[in-house]
Design a protein around this ligand. Structure first.
Ligand code: HEC
Length: 138
């Protein structure tokens, strides 16, 4: 009788150790973001000084865009070329940003190429040409 009791206790202990293990597994959290929004990161080099993407016109962006605010304001945004131009006009109208003159093209080339709007494809495209049929109930 006593042996049976010890065996039952032992079995319970053994089973609870398995349960422990499965609760560890359940602590693995799913990714907070779809993988395709971050997977490009290892192919792009960031400038250590500014955190901006390394590219041929970065020097001009560094020259024209780093005097007043953090470059995070740039890297946190994604606009079309026209959108970036509007931001520049807005800073010129309201925040004493100077005329960029000839260099504006280089700045816009850089921003358009590296900080364009991002599209995350997380769903399949809607179906086209669906052939509907009548459901026949017998
Ligand atoms: C003369 C100062 C100055 C310079 C130089 C400057 N900015 Fe700004 N910028 C500002 C100010 C001021 C703000 C508003 C900051 C805030 O809202 O805290 C701003 C805000 C921004 C924002 C955020 C806009 C928004 O909608 O919130 C972006 C993006 C930006 N700047 C990009 C640039 C780029 C690109 C350049 C280079 C062409 C640049 N800035 C150069 C003054 C400047």
């Amino acid at each position: 009788m006593r042996i049976a009791l010890i065996m039952i206790l032992g079995l319970g202990l053994l089973l609870s150790s398995f349960r422990q293990e499965s609760s560890v597994n359940s602590k693995v959290k799913p990714l907070a973001y779809p993988v395709n929004t971050v997977s490009f990161a290892d192919t792009i080099k960031l400038d250590p000084e500014t955190g901006l993407i390394v590219d041929e016109n970065l020097f001009m962006v560094k020259a024209q865009c780093t005097g007043c605010h953090s470059t995070k304001l740039i890297s946190a945004n994604h606009f079309s070329r026209d959108g970036w131009k509007q931001k520049i006009r807005w800073m010129q109208a309201n925040h004493n940003l100077w005329e960029l003159g000839e260099t504006e093209k280089q700045v816009l080339d850089y921003l358009e190429k590296n900080y364009a709007p991002v599209q995350v494809v997380s769903r399949r495209a809607p179906l086209k040409d669906i052939q509907w049929y009548d459901l026949k109930l017998k």
